[in-house]
Ligand binder design. Structure first.
Ligand code: TEU
Ligand code: CA
Length: 555
């Protein structure tokens, strides 16, 4: 198989959202020392790469995705000495750390922007994207993802600056070679400190459309497909690769909002020397229309997996993830988070997530089957995205408050951002202070302490899956094939490498089912099962599947 033996293909990644992971100084905000404290927990889980969401100096308009100084640590998270200590402790455990590279935009408080806005001829003016208004209005009709226009008028010079996200996140001008040079220096700074690569925030957006023509009406609802298709994105990534990445042993994953599975190869085919893999959004946004929750069916989900798998082609590589800090909790989204089925469905999803031909990314807390938060009022939300949309949609009278609230309860990013549930003690053991965002009240029974020593817990099932994957090359590299795409209750697929053949069967319903395997397929043995008492005979072609049962068989 091409690429066999590549560490970042064999890795299992764990995403940490530091603000919500573990607080060690009682200010209610997670910190770097909290991560260091929990490294043994992660080592025991079996993950070997940590992706750290932004840890840089930031005014936190978007929780660190607005960076003021790329070479400083966010003061709430600690100091550079804390970072160096964390780095050393990660290495001591033979783990690796990748960090978030957020360079489509900076904070408006970054020194480059502070300079840039001073005058039209400031040396940093061209670090950002400034335009005159058009007939007294914004330069074009670009919307911001966080509500309102993507343009803000700056009174100092009377020009508008571009920001795809909040007005506190001005977009950098990558067509300026000085911007690129400075970004590459930042990357080297962190690589030289020992990080093993980057998750790159909205990286396909770095190349803007020449002349910034206005968006035709058909693209207005999903401008990401226009933003991700600027003419120089591949040229810039190749330059970044040759100038920086190729000189280190790195892993790179691009957040590919606006990139279709068909376009993925152009980023990840190693012969093109750009990135290793992408986060494709088609799965996590399967049942989404912007902030609205829509329906999904199992055949649609399966078709998406097949499309993503095909998209990487023979040479490219994929990621597998069901949640992150921008999406609701996996079990609430794709499983059933009611007390009766939460654990079984969380295990079923874990099985699916961990057996794709891709590097798995586990989002903090998903290994415990943490759930969405029971939001009630708009005041319960903290996210800049929700506050912006509330202004644009509800305050303006376009959408009734109840309708908006009903949807965002399921789709809001804050669902995934509530503090990590460590114990059944006050504030889930996350902090001895006042948590920055409310702890999910279900921490009393959903927490790490309760699961670590329970053989049947979601946490220990993840451990088994990780162990199995790391010793089974076919589950990492093997060819992926959906063997029953139309079935709307059962997801069954094979992973094949030479004569090694595995079958994964997942019951996506709360009913017991009799399942006849497609013709020509018979079980050799059971390898791993999400329940405890399932038996299957050698040669079996019929299975009795328990509700939400997930099993891995050898064929
Ligand atoms: O997110 C990119 C992104 O476009 C979406 O996931 C976005 O957050 C939103 O949900 C679209 O409606 C990245 C980061 O992951 C996110 O946390 C940041 O807010 C965003 O970029 C800006 O840096
Ligand atoms: Ca703290």
């Amino acid at each position: 198989m091409p690429g066999e033996g590549t560490w970042w293909k064999e890795a299992v990644v764990y995403q940490i959202y530091p603000r919500s992971f573990k607080d060690t100084n009682d200010d209610g905000i997670g910190d770097l020392n909290g991560i260091t404290e929990k490294l043994d927990y992660l080592k025991t889980l079996g993950v070997n790469v940590i992706w750290l969401s932004p840890h840089f100096d930031s005014p936190n308009a978007d929780n660190g995705y607005d960076i003021r100084d790329y070479r400083k640590i966010m003061k709430e998270f600690g100091t550079m000495a804390d970072f160096d200590h964390l780095m050393a402790e990660v290495k001591k455990r033979n783990m690796r750390l990748i960090i978030d590279l957020v360079v489509n935009h900076t904070s408006d408080e970054h020194q480059w922007f502070v300079e840039s806005r001073k005058s039209k001829n400031n040396p940093y003016r061209d670090f950002y994207i400034w335009r005159d208004g058009h007939n007294g209005k914004t330069p074009n009709n670009y919307p911001s993802f966080f509500g309102g226009s993507a343009w803000t008028l700056d009174s100092k010079t009377g020009q508008y600056y571009l920001h795809y996200f909040s007005s506190k996140q001005p977009d950098l001008n990558w067509d300026n070679s000085n911007v690129r040079k400075d970004v590459y220096d930042i990357m080297r700074f962190w690589l030289d400190k020992g990080v093993s690569g980057f998750r790159m925030d909205v990286i396909p957006f770095i190349s803007k459309q020449p002349e910034l023509p206005k968006l035709p009406p058909a693209t207005l609802a999903h401008p990401e497909y226009v933003f991700a298709n600027g003419p120089y994105v591949h040229q810039y990534l190749q330059e970044m690769n040759s100038k920086v990445l190729s000189h280190y042993d790195t892993m790179t994953v691009g957040e590919a909002f606006g990139v279709t599975p068909e376009q993925a190869k152009k980023f990840t085919d190693p012969r093109r020397h750009e990135l290793n893999m992408l986060f494709n959004f088609d799965l996590v946004r399967l049942d989404r229309d912007d902030w609205r929750k829509t329906d999904w069916t199992l055949p649609q989900l399966k078709a998406t997996y097949t499309k993503i798998d095909n998209g990487s082609g023979e040479y490219g590589w994929n990621t597998s993830f069901l949640s992150n800090h921008d999406n609701p909790r996996a079990v609430s989204h794709f499983g059933d988070d009611s007390p009766r089925w939460r654990e079984a469905s969380a295990k079923a999803l874990a099985t699916m997530m961990m057996t794709q031909r891709a590097t798995p990314f586990i989002y903090q807390g998903d290994e415990l089957g943490m759930t969405n938060y029971p939001f009630k009022h708009i005041e319960d939300y903290e996210d800049v995205e929700i506050r912006g949309q509330w202004q644009e949609l509800v305050v303006s009278g376009k959408v009734p408050a109840q309708e908006f609230l009903k949807n965002i309860k399921q789709t809001s990013r804050d669902n995934a951002r509530t503090p990590m549930q460590w114990t059944s003690k006050a504030n889930a053991g996350f902090t001895a202070g006042n948590p920055w965002l409310s702890v999910n009240p279900n921490y009393v029974h959903i927490n790490a302490a309760a699961q670590e020593h329970n053989r049947d817990s979601v946490y220990n099932y993840y451990r088994s899956l990780i162990t199995l994957r790391s010793k089974t090359p076919a589950l990492i590299y093997g060819k992926y094939k959906d063997i029953d795409p139309a079935n709307n209750k059962v997801f069954a697929y094979t992973r094949t490498q030479d004569d090694q053949r595995y079958l994964i069967v997942i019951n996506f319903s709360e009913k017991q089912l009799n399942y006849s395997l497609p013709k020509g397929i018979k079980i050799n043995s059971l390898v791993l099962d999400s329940g405890s008492d399932h038996r299957v005979k050698e040669g079996a072609t019929q299975l009795v599947l328990q509700p939400w049962q997930a099993s891995i068989y050898k064929l």
